[in-house]
Write a new protein. Structure first.
Length: 335
């Protein structure tokens, strides 16, 4: 029998003195999502709560994916309010036995980097006694809940850029960021649960996980060793030309790739990442034009080897004049 509570309640104090209640319950996962959230009449806020909890979980060295946690908020918070975020994270941890408070919890705090375990601040100006206040002058990071070091210190992050091409004025470079921390697995752990992609829809999340699993299989060292969070600067995009940028960012974060002086800008995909192969993507000409326009000194551009014979005339020279470099790659490795 589990020693963890079946239900946990955390509250957050509003600016008007009212309390918002977040309730977390556990149940067998049975093939469902590991976290489910609900807010009356506010599905977008429920989605945000799910994102916050998933990101915060990636600061934990251990995870058990056999149970689903269901979080519910008893009412809508005020417009733009975010202090409930810390209460949601704590409710999720308490119901799973990660945190064991000695009394009822009222907590206020928010973060733009939950995947690092950092708590950036709170909106509550005057904090009454007994309220757990998040922020640099209070609970600055989640590790402090258990007397542990800042979990962000054990996280390695890297970004790579890729062309977002739709044929309009909005064409630009987007980024993908991969953050990893060492993982201590335990029985019942699900490999996919160790990779969080909170910004994307379920189908795209599975695609991202499959790309990383294949590329790490080729690497021979990445599987089952890391808790991974993947974030995109622009989560609404089409196509699969981001894949090479994702793989390179992951390799840099895990110390398996040399750093460029500037950014890594990459476009490429693969039907066989497990073999390390890099394949061509669509829209060669407009993507190359976009990269040439956006490249800056120190940038390293990586394109599929299959594109080399069809590159626009003068592209290498134009990039060199901007202080950037170009390589056409057939396989991943030390690039």
């Amino acid at each position: 029998m589990s020693a963890h509570p079946e239900e946990a309640v955390c509250r957050s104090l509003g600016a008007d003195g009212s309390l918002l209640t977040i309730t977390a319950t556990r149940r067998p996962r049975a093939g469902r999502a590991e976290v489910k959230c609900s807010v009356p009449g506010a599905p977008e806020l429920a989605q945000r709560m799910q994102q916050v909890v998933r990101l915060a979980r990636h600061t934990e060295a251990r995870f058990d994916s056999r149970e689903q946690v269901v979080l519910s908020m008893d009412r809508m918070p005020g417009s733009g309010a975010r202090d409930w975020e810390l209460a949601a994270v704590l409710a999720d941890r308490i119901v799973r036995g990660v945190v064991r408070p000695q009394r009822a919890v009222v907590a206020n705090g928010w973060s733009d980097a939950w995947h690092l375990g950092r708590i950036d601040g709170r909106s509550l100006a005057r904090v009454p006694e007994g309220v757990l206040a998040g922020g640099p002058d209070g609970l600055a990071h989640l590790g402090a809940l258990n007397g542990q070091p800042d979990p962000g210190a054990g996280v390695s992050s890297a970004r790579a850029w890729f062309p977002l091409h739709s044929g309009g004025e909005q064409d630009r470079l987007g980024w993908v960021e991969v953050s990893v921390r060492p993982l201590a697995q335990q029985p019942g752990a699900d490999e996919d649960s160790a990779v969080g992609v909170p910004d994307l829809d379920p189908a795209r999340q599975e695609q991202v996980r499959a790309v990383l699993a294949g590329a790490r299989h080729f690497d021979g060292r990445g599987q089952g060793q890391w808790r991974t969070t993947v974030r995109f600067g622009e989560p609404r995009f089409q196509g699969d030309s981001y894949e090479l940028a994702l793989v390179i960012a992951d390799r840099i974060a895990r110390g398996r790739e040399f750093l460029a002086r500037g950014r890594i800008i990459a476009s490429g995909r693969s039907s066989a990442w497990h073999a390390g192969r890099v394949e061509a993507v669509d829209a060669l000409a407009p993507k190359c034009a976009l990269i040439a326009r956006e490249a800056a000194p120190g940038d390293r551009v990586l394109l599929p080897k299959d594109w080399e014979g069809a590159l626009p005339r003068g592209l290498r020279e134009e990039l060199r004049a901007r202080g950037a470099s170009l390589a056409c790659v057939e396989r991943i490795g030390i690039i």
